[in-house]
Structures are given as C-alpha cells and as structure tokens.
Ligand binder design. Structure first.
Ligand code: FAD
Ligand code: SF4
Length: 478
C-alpha cells in the first residue's frame, strides 16, 4: 500500500509520501500528493524572496515571469497567477512536470544559492495549470478571424504543437503531419507515464483538434507523402521532426537477442499504458519483469529506462556509465530518484562486449578512470587494463543518445542545408532554413535537447512564419 511510505509533514501536520518508491504507482503518488498540492504551492510560493534579481526567470528558456506568479500564488490569486504563467508557456503543466528544474529555474533560485533549498517552481507551475484545467480557466482556442493561408507542420512533438497553437490562435489554417499514430512526439512515446501522465498530453492535443488543427497521422513524410507535395499544399512549412537515430554500441556480441534500444523499450511501455497490443512486450522481449537488467548510458533516457525497469518488476537494475556521478549528463535529481528506487549505478564502467550463445547472458564490463581533459574541458575516460569482469544480464538496454536522421536524403530534398552533425541549419532567431518559406524547430535543429527549448523554438518559429505570411501573403512555397 502506498500509504505505508509516509512521514509526518510537519508544517501541515499531515502525512506526506516520503518518496516515489517502486511499489507506489505514479497514480497513487499523484492522488496522495494532490490533497496537499494547494497548501504546498502556497507555502512554496511564499518562500520566494522577490529578490529583484530573478535568475530563475533568466534561466528559464521561456523567460517565464516566475516571481510575479509566485507572488500571486502566495496571495491566493490563483487564476491571475495561472494567466501570467501561461502567457509565455504553451504547456506549463507539462514543463512543471518534466523540466530538469535543477539545471534551469530552480537551480538558479537565489534561496537555493544561499543554501536554503529552492522554491519548487516547477511544482507550483504544474499545480496552477492543473487547477486551471479543473476550473475551466483554460479557454478553448478561438481565432478572431479565419485566414486563408495555411501552414504544414511536420512533426507533432512539443515543437510542432507549440507552433500550431500560436498559428491557430491567429486564424491560420494548420495541418500537422506525423508518422506515429498518436500526436505528442516524445511526450507521448518517449517520456514515461510516471513522469508525465499521458492524459495530460492528450488533453492538449484535443484542445488543438477542437480549435481546428488538422492532424494527419500515420503519415511518414518522405514515404507516404513527399516533402515537395507538402510544400506545394501550404504557404509555409515547419519541420519539427526531432532526432531518432539511436547511437549504437560497437562491441562483440551486440547482435544477441535481449539487447534492445532505449526508445523501442520505452515506446513499448508507453503503448501498453494506452492499452495497445504490443507483440514484443507481450512475448517478453521488451518487458523487464523478472529479469536482471543492465542499462548502458548516463543521460535522462537511461534514467527513464532504469526507472521503468524497476516498475516493471525487474529482479535487479544496474546502470553502467563510463564517467563518474559528478560528470553524468543526466539530471542529478533523476539519478537521486533512481537510486532511491533501488537502481544500482556502476560508475566508471563501459561495455567491452556481450556474452551468450543466442540470447545475452552478460555484459563484459571494462573499468575506467578519468584522465586528462579533452578539448571540451571534460576529463576523458581511460580503460584500466586487466580489470574486466562479467555482469550477468537477461536484458540489456542501450541508451547512448540520439542523432538526426538523413532528412535531405530521405525526403529527396538535397538543397535543404544541414550542419556537419546532420541537424537542419536554421537561423537561431527566426528559425528560417535556407529554403524559402521553410522553417525548422526543436531537436532537429538543436540535437537532442529539452521539451522547454522545443516549445520556445516552436513559438518563435510561428511568430516568424506569421511575419513571412504578412510580408508575402500571395507567395506560396515553391
Ligand atoms: C526517453 C526520453 C526522455 C526525455 N525526457 C525529457 C524530460 O524529462 N524533460 C525534457 O525536457 N526533455 C526530455 N526529453 C527530450 C524531449 O523529449 C525532446 O527534447 C523534445 O520532445 C523535442 O521535441 P521536438 O518537437 O523537437 O521532437 P519530438 O518530440 O521528437 O517530436 C518529433 C515528431 O516528429 C515525428 N516525425 C519524425 N520524422 C517524421 C517524418 N519523416 N514524417 C512525419 N513525422 C515525423 C515523430 O514521429 C515525432 O512525433 C526526453 C527525451 C527522451 C528520448
Ligand atoms: S518552463 Fe521549465 S524552466 Fe521555465 S519555469 Fe517552468 S519548470 Fe522552470
């Protein structure tokens, strides 16, 4: 029972859950936390010192007016606080849940810097918007005028959806194309439900559908429809396709069954939460239940994999990372969550190969030490020879990050300029590519990044598209 994990929450004189442990379903946690959310939000908001140097605001990619909505929350003026918080953020309830606040707003809170613990800005933002949905403060999108111009958006992730929201509010006709069956991009199929409950994402997509945004799903651009055809149908196009090519491990034994890619594993788990039939989950291939799981990687995707495996009932979950804890790319808060839930981190370790006849039985682990700094200033991991050992494993999940696919090649668009990393080249303010009327936003421009940056890019690109349409309304894309 979830309530077994309780402690006295002194200031409220009530019982709060101590932590999100593996036996506690996220739904249980949110249900329990909910009772306290209003009091906790007010208490946290009143801790803001209104310091006059809002580093929190400048370190939020959306420059949310955090001090003002914290002040209004502390005063109990919750609807006004919500109005301010949503003025700069298309999906505040999503950012409140999944922004790595320790690296953004909260990490730069003056109270945190002075050693007294940050104001929990993200939790207040989430609370305000959840409350807004419940109380009908989130109004339907109703454009004042309908305009003739249309914009095609390729990719229904946060970047594409944020742009769709801005454009539709201005009366532009918007069609979103996506190769998945559900919209949301990584919000829907990447990020696990215990961090971001799926109904929270779906209610935003429904809001856009009701506003007249057309969604063309199961439509893989470059396969089901050409990029040229999309350009021909719309006055402007936004590319917001994210990055999906998984980095592979090059080591003997990688072809063994039981070695899977992180996104396949997480997508299967998310699909099950929607009630879908997923053959590779149902036959056990992508299910960690009863298995010794080894996850390779140290980023946020690796953290999502280890925490999902714990929830699926893995016998043990180990995370191999080639540097040490201080040098992990992922959020320290996520590492702490994973450790509390029982994940065993094996620092300074990398796979040399995999053992097994047909199915994987173990990972040959080579031990590392940190050597001289490389060009970026980070200490490079070096192999300690003779220290290898075999870590038993029934399921190995590779979570080494993502790269862009070859968009110009796949879309027969050789003129679309890309960087040497394969990301699309776009102006950093207007997000315009080198092709007239074609814009790009989110991970496909930045490389694997964050939801909040994709939202910012999508909003900015939509503003630039509106300017473009205003300047040359009669000029359709070539
Ligand atoms: C496992 C995981 C966990 C993460 N956790 C967090 C987190 O906790 N917090 C955070 O801030 N960020 C997190 N991120 C990063 C975040 O999800 C991304 O930065 C963000 O989703 C990027 O948004 P986007 O709109 O650019 O692309 P995406 O969300 O990737 O959406 C792109 C969409 O384009 C579609 N698409 C691609 N190619 C085509 C095509 N040819 N035709 C049609 N459609 C196409 C895809 O199907 C997809 O729906 C996580 C990422 C992963 C992988
Ligand atoms: S959007 Fe993210 S960074 Fe900005 S205030 Fe909200 S939680 Fe913090």
């Amino acid at each position: 029972m979830a309530t077994q994990k309780m402690l006295k929450f002194v200031s409220l004189g009530k019982e709060m859950p101590t932590k999100r442990d593996a036996t506690m379903r996220s739904a249980d946690f949110h249900e329990i936390y909910r009772e306290f959310a209003a009091e906790k939000a007010a208490e946290q908001a009143s801790r803001c010192s209104q310091c006059g140097v809002p580093y929190c605001q400048s370190h939020c990619p959306l420059h949310n007016n955090i001090p003002d909505w914290l002040r209004l929350t502390a005063e109990g003026r919750l609807q006004e606080a919500y109005e301010i918080s949503q003025a700069t953020n298309t999906f505040p309830e999503i950012c409140g849940r999944i922004c790595p606040q320790d690296r953004l707003c909260e990490g730069n809170c003056v109270i945190e810097q002075s050693g007294h613990g940050t104001v929990t800005i993200g939790a207040v933002e989430k609370h305000l918007t959840d409350l807004a949905w419940e109380n009908g403060w989130v109004l339907p999108i109703k454009p004042g005028v309908e305009r003739a111009e249309s914009v095609g958006i390729i990719g229904a992730g946060p970047g594409g959806l944020a742009a769709a929201d801005v454009l539709r509010r201005k009366g532009v006709q918007v069609t979103v194309y996506d190769r998945y069956d559900r919209a949301g991009g990584l919000l829907t199929y990447g990020i696990p439900g215990f961090k971001l409950e799926k109904p929270v994402v779906m209610q935003r997509i429904e809001q856009l559908e009701k506003a007249g945004v057309q969604f063309v799903m199961n439509c893989n651009v470059g396969v089901d429809i050409s990029f040229d055809a999309i350009r021909g149908q719309h006055d402007a196009v936004l590319i917001a396709t994210g990055v999906y090519k998984a980095r592979d491990i090059e080591a003997p034994g990688t072809g063994l069954s039981g070695i899977v890619k992180a996104l396949d594993y997480l997508t299967a788990s998310n699909r099950k939460s929607f009630g879908d039939e997923v053959a590779e989950f149902d036959n056990g291939t992508l299910d960690a239940k009863g298995k010794r799981v080894v996850v390779i990687g140290g980023g946020d995707t690796a953290m999502d994999c280890v925490r999902t495996a714990i929830r699926q009932g893995a016998v043990s979950v180990k995370c191999l990372y080639r540097r040490d804890k201080a040098n992990m790319p992922g959020s320290q808060r996520e590492v702490q969550n994973a450790e509390e839930e029982g994940v065993d981190f094996v620092w300074l370790s990398a796979p040399r190969g995999f053992v097994g006849s047909d199915h994987v039985h173990g990972v040959i682990v080579q031990k590392m030490r940190l050597g001289a700094p490389d060009a970026s200033g980070r200490q490079s991991p070096e192999v300690i020879e003779g220290a290898d050992y075999t870590e038993p494993a029934d399921l190995v999940i590779q979570a080494l990050g993502f790269e862009p696919e070859d968009i110009p090649g796949q879309w027969d668009a050789p003129d679309l300029a890309v960087t040497r990393w394969g990301t699309i080249k776009a102006d950093f303010r207007s997000h315009a590519t080198n092709l007239p009327g074609v814009y790009a936003a989110g991970d496909i421009v930045r490389g694997a990044s964050l939801v909040v940056w994709a939202i910012r890019d999508g909003r900015e690109a939509a503003d630039a598209i509106l300017d473009y349409l205003a300047q040359a309304p009669a000029v359709a894309a070539e």
